[in-house]
Ligand binder design. Structure first.
Ligand SMILES: Cc1cc2nc3c(=O)[nH]c(=O)nc-3n(C[C@H](O)[C@H](O)[C@H](O)COP(=O)(O)OP(=O)(O)OC[C@H]3O[C@@H](n4cnc5c(N)ncnc54)[C@H](O)[C@@H]3O)c2cc1C
Length: 449
């Protein structure tokens, strides 16, 4: 450990998270996402003390972040307080803090508010946006991984239109009304589709003085199809849907740089755009302290089929941060919610068996229930199996139903359903509010995630 690390370690070590010591083994879970919540719930009746640490006091339903960013939903409806979610569990403790380091020798985690000893440590701290080392893009683009980022983007989209209306220069208006979305996965496709809907149905009502036909939406994807990981038919359908919203789709194209509101594409083209939305990749949210031999590609940690991190007997991982390499998944399993949920559920069972000294841990086998994406009202694609694909209105209702059921809490389900019905009937988006502090978010130096 370096001198600087040692001194900050000493300072936080003096601070305490005020978790009572008991005779039960302590399981510390870093992260209250899909994996963390399912692990904590699964340990409800186990003879352990469960301590969850998350930098936020809420669980985020990330698949609907794009709807918050595009004014379709209020932020509260896709977030659930972690304390409330687990309030009935007597062995559960929560602390809001960012974990910065793991000391595997001392069996302690070091967090922004102090340090804590663990008997078993579970890494469930997910992934973060991958900017592939481009600092300019990291600072100037809008990622969509956390709730505050979705609010930043909503603020920025609406503020850009407020600025456009004040400008007497056509070029400046065009730049302010130009949106480039990077990454043709479900996030990019859904954001581009939602922007297309705003352009068609909502913004003309709010900004009748602007010629919104000149608003441009570009979707840039590095490979030769959208929705990689889904069927070719779904990818092709997504292109058709987006083109109906006059979204320009750039396949086989990479964004190489972004400076002074100019997006540079690797084919030599430049696009003047005040907004660059980055949905081009994620990587593990690695916390310092693990042996480098335990780290896999893309900053994920290597786990075995039982969830144990390679090289450690009492450290486990699940969800986006974990890479379980199998013949079928040589890069690790996809970084999606069902994998995190299923790994979390199994890990809770395995931990219970470990503390009870039972043999025969369960090995992870992913049950893939299919994938889906939506491109605005009445338009979605669903791949149920390799052979069963459907699209259009029915697929859209399936998408709505699956997402509604997955949202945490009856109140949030009801609020989301009401919003969706309202948006559907009125072609409106009620949450188009600029309620961020009046700073130019884009020109603020962006902190590391
Ligand atoms: C915009 C978007 C759309 C998506 N759409 C879909 C979809 O349609 N379908 C699908 O299946 N998947 C989707 N995903 C992926 C899915 O959300 C993730 O695979 C899933 O959230 C992973 O769960 P997790 O528990 O591993 O991590 P997360 O859910 O990301 O949870 C990690 C938690 O750890 C906390 N944390 C991180 N670092 C620290 C730290 N150092 N200290 C303390 N706490 C920390 C975070 O605050 C967070 O609460 C989407 C993701 C995004 C970003």
């Amino acid at each position: 450990m370096s001198e600087i690390q040692a001194s900050s370690y000493d300072t936080v070590q003096c601070q305490t998270l005020r978790i009572p010591d008991t005779s039960k083994p302590r399981v510390v879970i870093i992260g209250g996402g899909f994996a963390g919540v399912h692990i904590a719930r699964g340990l409800a009746k186990s003879p352990v003390q469960v301590v969850m640490i998350d930098r936020y006091n809420y669980h985020t339903f990330q698949p609907l972040l794009y709807q918050v960013a595009t004014s379709g939903l209020e932020p509260d409806s896709i977030a659930a307080p972690l304390r409330k979610m687990l309030e009935s569990q007597s062995n559960f403790h929560f602390r809001m803090a960012t974990v910065t380091q793991i000391d595997t020798e001392e069996q302690r985690i070091i967090a922004s508010i102090g340090s804590l000893r663990y008997d078993y440590l579970v890494l469930a701290n997910g992934s973060k946006t991958n900017f592939y080392g481009n600092e300019s893009i990291r600072q100037k683009s809008f990622p969509l991984k956390q709730l505050p980022q979705a609010l930043d983007l909503r603020h920025h989209i609406l503020s850009s239109l407020e600025q456009a209306i004040l400008s007497s220069s056509i070029e400046e208006q065009d730049r302010l009304m130009s949106f480039v979305v990077v990454g043709g996965g479900p996030t990019g496709v859904e954001v581009a589709g939602a922007l297309g809907e705003l352009k068609l149905h909502v913004l003309p009502k709010d900004y009748p003085e602007l010629d919104l036909r000149r608003m441009r939406i570009h979707l840039v994807e590095g490979t030769d199809s959208l929705l990689n990981g889904m069927s070719a038919a779904s990818g092709e359908e997504a292109v058709k849907y987006l083109e109906r919203f006059s979204v320009q789709v750039w396949l086989n194209t990479l964004v190489s740089d972004y400076n002074d509101d100019v997006v540079y594409l690797n084919n030599g083209t430049t696009i003047d755009a005040h907004t660059l939305i980055w949905g081009a990749g994620v990587m593990g949210n690695l916390i310092e302290g693990l042996n480098p031999a335990s780290i896999f590609r893309n900053n994920r940690v290597k786990i075995d089929a039982y969830g144990k991190v390679e090289g450690y007997d009492n450290i486990f991982a699940a969800g986006d941060i974990a890479a379980l390499v199998t013949e079928e998944y040589p890069q690790g399993h996809p970084m999606v919610a069902p994998v995190a949920i299923q790994q979390g559920q199994l890990l809770a069972k395995n931990l219970k068996k470990i503390v009870e000294n039972k043999q025969e841990l369960g090995a992870f086998v992913y049950k893939d229930k299919g994938s889906m994406a939506t491109v605005g009202r009445n338009r979605a694609v669903v791949d149920l199996t390799d052979k069963i694909h459907f699209k259009g209105v029915f697929a859209w209702f399936v998408w709505l139903f699956v997402h509604l059921m997955a949202i945490v809490g009856f109140r949030s389900k009801l609020v989301v359903l009401t919003n969706w019905i309202w948006n559907y009937l009125t072609y409106d988006r009620a949450a188009r509010l600029i309620i961020r502090p009046f700073v130019d978010v884009k020109n603020e130096r962006r902190a590391e995630e």
